[in-house]
Design a protein around this ligand. Structure first.
Ligand code: 1CP
Length: 340
């Protein structure tokens, strides 16, 4: 079994396993080469042999303990019929949904047949990956995915979805409910295709507080987990409620997760005291420190290992790796974690 899965079962591994969010990406020349060959970003997502290839690249180069299947959280709205494209150098764009009426009623078969190339990429990757390496499948949490569906793009303060949550909550609820169904079916099929673990990305949890966090994040994520667990009772699940502060505690206390992924603002002593007795922790090196490398990075790794290394820990970043990150710094990080 992989050390990554052992940690998710509550074991302490020394050295701890390591992988990085967005580990397949533009900081790697071999990724840029395949990306150029594919044409567009979505071509890369929907061509199984290319998606499998870029998923494996960071494992070959850095010997990470887990691979994450190459795709994007926005393929789900795409499969639900929303137009999606990626502006070069800018990011995702969708035709914004005005009302829930813009979307057709849920058709699970249609969704899964659109996403078939992703499942094929999972099967191909799992077949090529070493037994000691875990394969992670993922989806975005409904609030995070809906924020892009409503705004049609990334927004710094999430003003569009927050306005809908305030002025027409029942309309937002319809979109969230649709995403709960679609995401659960999507994750179940990924498990059936061969992933060993699931991660749910709630990248925009940080703008939700109190009862809003409960309604728009905790509750729908909980329903996805419940649905997935009905089909796959033992699949380990990691939730990443980025910048949710106290929200981390709610996730750990109220949802049956194996791990939470910590962003770089989470205090490590607090995480050790309050969270690590219940779940494994993943994180939380600042991606900025990985760009800089050197002593600052060494110190951050040492502090992380000293504080959380005596319990179940997976080393990762607090958020995705930046495209300007020097490859040598990633080697430096891996070596420091593995005591080389
Ligand atoms: O041209 C390129 O290569 C585009 C860059 C890129 C990449 C490498 C995008 C566009 N998506 C991805 C892959 C991706 N996205 C993975 C692959 C697996 C991995 O190696 O980790 C994953 C897990 C995601 C998840 C994702 N997409 C999230 C959640 C995690 C996070 O970073 O917060 C979000 C919010 C997205 C949306 C998205 N897709 C791409 C971009 C640039 C963005 C963010 C846009 C924005 O908010 O402005």
């Amino acid at each position: 079994m992989s050390s990554f899965i052992s940690v998710l079962q509550g074991e302490t591994m020394t050295p701890p396993p390591i992988w990085l969010m967005r580990q397949a990406g533009r900081y790697l020349p071999e990724y840029r080469e395949v990306r150029a060959k594919a044409g567009g970003f979505l071509d890369l997502c929907y061509r199984p042999e290319l998606a499998a290839e870029v998923t494996l690249q960071p494992i070959r180069r850095f010997d990470f303990d887990a691979a994450i299947i190459f795709s994007d959280i926005l393929v789900v709205p795409h499969a639900l019929g929303q137009r999606l494209w990626f502006e070069e150098g800018e990011g995702p764009r969708l035709d914004p949904i005005g009302t829930a009426g813009d979307l057709s009623p849920y058709d699970g078969e249609k969704l899964l047949s659109h996403l078939e190339p992703v499942f094929e990429a999972v099967a191909q990757t799992r077949a090529e990956l070493d037994d000691e390496k875990a394969l992670i499948g993922f989806c975005g949490a409904p609030w995070t995915v809906a924020s892009y569906m409503i705004a049609g793009r990334g927004t710094p303060d999430l003003a569009p979805i927050r306005a809908v949550a305030k002025e027409a909550p029942e309309r937002l609820q319809t979109v969230i409910d649709l995403l709960v169904e679609a995401s659960s079916d999507y994750l179940c099929r990924k498990v059936e295709a061969g992933v060993d673990c699931l991660q749910i990305f709630e990248s925009w949890a940080g703008v939700l507080e109190g009862a809003d966090f409960d309604r728009w994040s905790l509750e729908p994520v909980g329903r996805i987990i419940e649905r997935v667990r009905r089909q796959h009772p033992h699949i380990p699940i990691i939730v990443f409620p980025r910048k949710s502060g106290e929200g981390y505690l709610k996730v750990v206390e109220r949802l049956p997760v194996q791990a939470v992924s910590l962003d770089q603002t989470v205090d490590l002593e607090w995480a050790k005291e309050v969270l690590q007795s219940n779940v494994a922790l993943q994180g939380n090196i600042d991606p900025g420190l990985l760009i800089e490398g050197g002593d600052g990075l060494q110190r951050a790794v040492d502090t992380l290992l000293e504080t959380l290394g005596n319990g179940p820990l997976i080393v990762n970043l607090g958020h995705g790796i930046d495209k300007t990150t020097p490859i040598e710094h990633v080697h430096q990080l891996v070596d420091r974690v593995r005591g080389r």
